[in-house]
Design a binder for this molecule. Structure first.
Ligand SMILES: [Zn+2]
Ligand SMILES: [Zn+2]
Length: 118
């Protein structure tokens, strides 16, 4: 997400609250939502179905709880944190694809290990 401090725009990962230092790879969703690479890696492995229906912070769509999703299990309170930020499986895959393509980001994935359905 974005916030303003002393006239400066600060971008942070909605999911863990880390401020962007212009180095950490981050990816943007709708309405200024942002996810960092660390969170993406955790999301890829830990996303699971469960709970009530949810609205994805990245694409703003609402899904039933049966769709796999992820939110940070223990985010440290910080001004850049978006409490309750959640990402759907489809966006997790899209983000992985985007980071994979980015030559400046040291991240590769095997889509076969993270199929649309599993
Ligand atoms: Zn993060
Ligand atoms: Zn989504």
């Amino acid at each position: 997400m974005q916030r303003e401090e002393d006239g400066y725009i600060i971008i942070s990962c909605d999911f863990c609250g880390t401020d962007w230092d212009e180095v950490i790879p981050m990816i943007e969703g709708h309405r200024g939502s942002v996810m960092c690479l660390d969170c993406l890696k955790r999301a890829m492995d830990d996303a699971a179905p469960g709970g009530e229906e949810f609205t994805c912070t990245m694409c703003l769509q609402t899904f039933p709880g049966t769709v796999r999703h992820w939110s940070h299990p223990s985010p440290a309170p910080s001004p850049g944190l978006n409490p309750g930020a959640v990402i759907c499986w489809s966006d997790i895959r899209q983000a992985a694809k985007a980071f994979h393509k980015d030559k400046e980001v040291d991240f590769r994935w095997d889509p076969a290990q993270y199929p649309v359905e599993r």
